[in-house]
Design a protein around this ligand. Structure first.
Ligand code: AMP
Ligand code: ZN
Length: 465
């Protein structure tokens, strides 16, 4: 298997530390609002990775729930998003976290993303975070300001490991003007923030440094290493996390353990709107609920996401959703037809195995889901595969695609229009009379009418192009 590694800038062959168990950590949601469909695209890509890995390995997949400590700005300014959510809705921060976490899992399950092996909530791991900050303090990486304990990024030589030297020195130079008097370097970040003196926070804990709450980045390092050890095979997230969150995770973890934190950094590109970025703070906020209200089933959104490689930006539009929904229906109709024709006798043959291998090769080549989907379409239309072989292949493909391919739809495969059927009948007769020239001419006419015809041992099969 090959994966594009953000840290090396190329597709690397995936070699787990221990093939008996692959370890993977995915940054989870900040549960102060609904997830938008951009966030969900990232979880779909991570699920594709998890499903592909599971075909070959046993996988320990950890995902956190950020229910405290993610400030409105990634650079430690502004309020904690949970407290902002609580004020917005007049509920407690704890209730906000519980409510939006439940909503998150509903979306996650509806999209057939497979549940992680371990789900870890930040609020249940405060002690682990404090311990990690203590280690960093003992090793001389921290300093105190009036609002918290900070990480001194100038002490960690590999701080530019993920984003490169030019980017970090740009940050160091560019932000100098805004640098608060107390922060030593613009890239320094909070490990522990103190509660404001004049206000009681809803979520706060005692610590060796005073009452407060953890920084967002320390959360992922502490939980990832608790469950997966000092070095993880894979760490995933959206591309927005590369420059700050994951860069800071590396700095904290490697400074504390002296060991490499992650072997493969895998990042998913953004879902965008024609008008720009989808964001929770801006007005452009589409949720799965909104799609459902408009009549799309969640798996049509999954199909839409599978149509683009995870490392390319994907532009959302309702026209594309329409076409994804239609394609999914048609694929299911063909899958159901194959299964019905196959009857009880579905077993792997050399031919169906070859198609499965083609499909797997696409997924193992840096998760090329669009190619795997195209192979699925080819297989379902392949003239040389029997209905039983198609069914066998599709059952396998659906363990990765997870599109409920055999869901019985009301839709029958689209009926062939009468004039195309007439051409097909004439072609059948021409072939029976071995009039190959007429057969070819009729094929051209059928193509012109938007249909494809294939000759199979069971006779000619036509479908819409
Ligand atoms: P958050 O809940 O904001 O912490 O984000 C959850 C996940 O969604 C993270 O892995 C982000 O990198 C990712 N993400 C945020 N916005 C988008 C977007 N527009 N498209 C794809 N992924 C996104
Ligand atoms: Zn994280």
């Amino acid at each position: 298997m090959y994966l594009y590694n953000t840290a090396t800038h190329h597709k690397d062959e995936f070699k787990p530390q221990n093939p008996a168990q692959v370890t993977m950590y995915c940054c989870g949601p900040t549960v102060y609002n609904y997830a938008h469909i951009g966030n969900l695209r990232t979880y779909i890509f991570e699920d594709l990775l998890a499903r592909t890995l599971r075909l070959q390995y046993s996988l320990k997949h950890v995902m956190n729930i950020t229910d405290v400590g993610h400030l409105v700005s990634d650079s430690d300014e502004g309020e904690d998003k949970m407290e902002v959510g609580a004020a917005r809705e007049g509920k407690s921060a704890w209730d906000i976290a519980k409510f939006y976490e439940e909503k998150f899992w509903q979306d996650y399950d509806a999209l057939h993303c497979s549940r992680p092996t371990v789900i870890s909530r930040a609020t249940q791991h405060i002690q682990e975070m404090i311990n990690l900050v203590k280690t960093l303090e003992e090793k001389g990486y921290t300093y105190r300001t009036s609002d918290g304990i900070y990480y001194d990024t100038s002490k960690f030589a590999r701080y530019d490991a993920l984003v490169g030297h030019a980017h970090i020195s740009g940050l160091q130079g560019g932000a100098r003007v805004e640098l608060s008097d107390e922060k030593r370097n613009p890239t320094d970040f909070a490990l522990w923030k103190f509660s404001p003196k004049d206000k009681k926070r809803q979520m706060e804990w005692d610590s060796p440094w005073g009452v407060g709450f953890p920084g967002w980045h320390i959360e992922c390092s502490a939980m990832a290493m608790k469950y997966l050890g000092h070095t993880l095979d894979i760490h995933c997230g959206g591309v927005d996390h590369v420059t700050i969150h994951h860069t800071n995770e590396i700095a904290q973890s490697e400074a504390a353990t002296g060991q490499k934190y992650v072997n493969y950094w895998v990042h998913g590109e953004f879902l965008i709107l024609r008008s720009g970025k989808m964001s929770k703070s801006g007005g452009t906020f589409v949720t799965l609920e909104v799609l459902k209200e408009k009549g799309y089933e969640p798996l049509a959104y999954r199909y839409f996401c599978l149509g683009a490689h995870y490392r390319t930006q994907l532009e959302f539009s309702y026209e594309s959703m329409d076409s994804a929904a239609k394609s999914l229906k048609n694929l299911r109709a063909l899958a159901c037809q194959a299964k019905e024709q196959a009857g009880a006798k579905i077993e792997e043959t050399e031919k169906s195995r070859t198609w499965k291998e083609k499909f797997m090769a696409a997924m193992q080549d840096d998760l090329n889901a669009p190619k795997a989907l195209a192979i699925t379409w080819e297989a379902v239309r392949a003239g040389d595969l029997s209905a039983a072989e198609k069914t066998d292949f599709l059952q396998f493909a659906d363990t990765i695609l997870a599109l409920d391919l055999f869901k019985v739809t009301q839709e029958k495969p689209l009926p062939i229009p009468a004039q195309v059927q007439a051409l097909l009948d004439q072609r059948k007769a021409a072939r029976a009379a071995k009039d190959w020239a007429a057969s070819d001419a009729l094929r051209a006419q059928i193509n012109q009418a938007g249909y494809e015809v294939k000759d199979t041992p069971q006779g000619q099969v036509a479908c819409k192009k």
